[in-house]
Design a protein around this ligand. Sequence first.
Ligand code: SIN
Length: 319
Amino acid sequence: MNAAVVVVLGTGGTIAGAAASAQDNVGYTAGQLSVQQLVAAVPALGMLSLECEQVANIDSKDMSHAVWQRLAQRCAFHLARSEVAGIVVTHGTDTLEETAYFLHRVLAPTKPVVLTAAMRPATSLQADGPQNLLDAVSVARAAGARGVVAVLGGRVFGGSELRKVHTYRLDAFDAGDAGPLAVIEEGCLRMFRAWPEGTAFGIDTIARESSLWPRVELLIGHAGVTGALVDLLVASGVQGIAVAGVGNGHLASEFETALRRAQAAGVSVLCASRCAFGAVLVAAGVDEATALPSAGTLSPAQARIELLLRGLVGAHAPA
Ligand code: SIN
């Protein structure tokens, strides 16, 4: 038996959710069971060296910067312990991709930080949480594993690539064009690509009281969009605006003009696409120095996190 410790940090979600009836996979309350209860429900985990810690117990639609800060700090603390092989984070599916990207950009750890979740509550006739948790612990203990990843439905996704793509189905996640990093089959990894690497902003970046973090909002482009919301945000003191443009990050003229006004007023802007797949590509001949900045492969929600972290470090953000 491997003596290395895996720390399981609970944050809530459907994986810890409970419904009045075992047939109800929609009308449940997320974040009802403790992380200790989730682990106890998987007998195979009883033979392993696990530590459980409850960081929060919330529905992930209510995920906040304060919980992100605490979660990242607890991850950093445990990752620094030599006896810890890796960390598992139980989480809701709704904002899983945001937490994964946040942890990836803050920590870029050399040990594995494995997020997992479930589409059905723990009380369901066929709950998916226990298998996902078992798989996540297997990945956290795997030789050579590193970086922020997510394990769902037997697939391992890079923390910077993960997307929730379905509202209800069990296989609700994918990784866009990148595809999964690996599959986990009966506890064994079959790798398709290398573990995630990256340049982290570092845990000190988020040390400041979270209520003092920059205000970064997310706007979406659509037919008939105007610049009114942009102007309102600027007037209210916003520091960053991430944008979900249409198609290849395209912005309607009025919307773009307002965003340029915002930029000229000192607001950081980053333009992603509302398309589910693909990157925002800069057309040949476009002067990148004068174009509104492209978020590249980042989703709109990831672009918001990027602006938030850049705002926390000022002009000295890593690329
Ligand atoms: C949540 O995100 O906390 C609720 C939904 C889910 O976990 O599937």
